[in-house]
Design a protein around this ligand. Structure first.
Ligand code: SAM
Length: 274
């Protein structure tokens, strides 16, 4: 019998946000693969968990995966944790999970905290649909390029951001998406200095320029105001081509959504213009 890989969420700040099941599984498995073993040892000590740890991070995941898979195939059950929150969400683990699945091994989730979902749930922004775009690129050029791609999305856009880049990112968001766009900045969730700022981008700039921004941050952008296009499908395709940096594929997708048409119809129209 092969073992099971448990993908276990750990708290994002408040140690009480650990499930009973997570504690039990982490006690029962043969070994826990962790991003930073020293960091995780401290966390596990808090719950009295003494299971052995092995490092699994972005720099060794390629070489480590076969080793972990061999142990699972030999019948040992293992757990995967990250420094905080849910593994594989902007954290290492995806490769291991994918390889386990390919090898026919059982992968089981032990869900819990994730900064992304925690932030969304208290943001007051629409949650029926959202796009998570990971960390915003560190440099203005890359950031603006990505923001251009997502700024017209009709769903909430969520991303992770480092505190020292927040103001620069807000500047780029104001430039690409407009200073009036609604935004939520979730900072230090579940911790002593938890804050949820909600307002326009320009209000956020003013608020966060007042002091040094510290702590961990999730940024959420409200969906783009969906204006019903004035012109025809062809005119809207042409307009987006001229006024944005979007690819034809993205333009077709957006126009299809705006007009409520099948993508294939809009694609055919776009061919006439290319
Ligand atoms: N896998 C994790 C999860 O599910 O929450 C996220 C890992 S990612 C490497 C870490 C980033 O998540 C931080 O840089 C920050 O943007 C966000 N984050 C983590 N904890 C947070 C918290 N308590 N409050 C706000 N954002 C947090």
């Amino acid at each position: 019998m092969s073992g099971t890989l448990y993908v276990v969420a750990t708290p994002i700040g408040n140690l009480e946000d650990m499930s009973y099941r997570a504690v039990r599984i982490l006690e029962e498995v043969a070994q826990i693969a962790a991003e930073d073993t020293r960091h995780s040892r401290k966390l596990l000590n808090h719950y009295g968990i003494t299971t052995a740890l092995i490092s699994y991070h972005e720099h060794n995941e390629k070489s480590r995966s076969p080793q972990l898979i061999a142990r699972l195939q030999a019948g040992e059950s293992l757990a995967l944790i990250s420094d905080a929150g849910t593994p594989c969400i902007a954290d290492p683990g995806y490769r291991l999970v994918s390889e386990c699945r390919q090898a026919g091994l059982e992968v089981v989730t032990v869900p819990g905290a994730s900064a992304l979902i925690a932030a969304l749930s208290i943001s007051g922004l629409p949650t029926d649909a959202f796009s998570f775009i990971g960390f915003l690129p560190a440099k203005t050029h890359g950031r603006c390029q990505l923001l251009e791609q997502v700024k017209n999305e009709s769903q909430t856009i969520a991303c992770y951001e480092a505190p020292h880049r927040l103001l620069a990112s807000l500047t780029d968001i104001a430039t690409t998406c407009g200073a009036d766009r609604q935004i939520a900045v979730a900072r230090e969730l579940t911790k002593r200095h938890e804050e949820l700022f909600s307002g326009s981008v320009s209000e956020a700039q003013e608020h966060f320029a007042a002091g040094t921004v510290k702590g961990e941050i999730v940024l959420l952008l409200s969906p783009a105001p969906q204006r019903k296009p004035d012109g025809t499908v062809s005119e809207e395709l042409q307009r987006l081509r001229e006024e944005t940096d979007l690819s034809w594929k993205e333009i077709v997708k957006q126009v299809a959504k705006q007009f409520g048409l099948p993508g294939s119809d809009v694609y055919k129209k776009s061919l006439e213009l290319r």
